[in-house]
Design a protein around this ligand. Sequence first.
Ligand SMILES: [Zn+2]
Length: 478
Amino acid sequence: MKKQFILLCSFVFTLSIPSFLTAQNAKQKALKNLDSQVNQYGVIAKKIWEFAEVGYKEKQSSNLLQETLKKAGFSVEAGVAEIPTAFVASFGSGSPVIGIMAEYDALPGMSQDSIPQKKTAGGNSGHACGHHLFGTASIAAAISVKEWMKETGQKGTIKVYGCPAEEGGSGKVYMVRAGLFNGVDAMLHWHPNDENTVSNGSSLANKAGKFRFYGLASHAAASPEMGRSALDAVEAMNHMANMMREHVPSSTRIHYVITNGGKAPNIVPDFAEVYYYVRSPKRDIVKDVWNRIEKAAEGASLGTSTKYEVEVIGGVYEVLPNDALAKVMGDNLKQVGGYILDAKELEFAKTIQQTPGMQVVDLNRTQSTFFGNADPSSGGSTDVADVSWTVPTVGMGAATWVPGTSAHSWQAVAAGGMSIGKKGMMVAAKTITGATIDLFLSPETLKKAKEELDKLRGPNFKYESLLGNRKPALNYRD
Ligand SMILES: [Zn+2]
């Protein structure tokens, strides 16, 4: 019995070590292959950069990614979660199931050429958050993982989640609500950045919506007493919200834009609209402050004899970090490393660093990689958060922008449209490929990641989206 046991052990030992080595060799090969595919994926990213389609209108961008995945042997389910531009692509079967998120929406009013001077590319919108690179690197990673699975005979499923309307549309929230992430063991994502980093931190929870006021139009000089100004209501509401800032936790962010303030000064506006965001590191605070903002709208409508309605458009949780997964991502980013700016890129970087809005930091930063916990209050919000409360989730950032660039700036659009964006994108594609392969090879890490999620969520956690039951706001950019 004892002898048999020893024999069995040595049998398993001799079998598993070479096969693990093969898997590791095949991983190195997959990473190398990606190096030779820079141009191929660069073309895809550039096309999406040129399409520059805003949230829920990403028809061409989504199609291009889907077609590339189909050609590579993935089966694609499109139009999921009642969103025409959302999709789930799969390869393989059974567990483990590992998913990679892809985004591809642009930002309105951000058209910019791929040059280091502020100049529109002629369109309306632009990829100021680099989601054209995000989507492309994610499918590149999924396709290389698929090749690796084929080569090694690895069991399991690799999925790509095509996630529209990250910028204020909360696309992933509807996908979580539709149960599309059920049964997934780990979700990976990344984001364009001005450095190569794994920040195992959180983000700000966010609730957003449009307040619409309806008044009565009249001649602003001849018969103002006949009018009830919807713009007055917007201004009264904003005034109350601005006073409220003193009486909310200091990490709260409240911001608004007036999306409609009337058409002409000589007409009392019978319609006005203001678009609000409320953010905080904790979603319970967001919920509370949002309710108070709604009260301000109600008060403003009462005081101005106007009617109002509110449409909640976005709502996301704060990201739940995962140490077990972050370690795997961090190790892979370190292995992949950063990149060197060539002479042309260096000139581009130096020129753009002199433009207003840039921080002057060391341009050699693209060569380094970082690992740490980000300060949640310094960041933005993302609908990745809702995924992270459903499935163990990890992300990374790659230097697709000149060091010192802020997201949502023309400088981000410019660098994202040239070779710096492409180089950063490949750092992400390789890191995610490596991390996904390591997770396929390590059921223990997946188990640990799930235990961590369960512990952080607590036993009584039940997912309730901040959006309630509303249908996807497919026209929120109109
Ligand atoms: Zn973004």
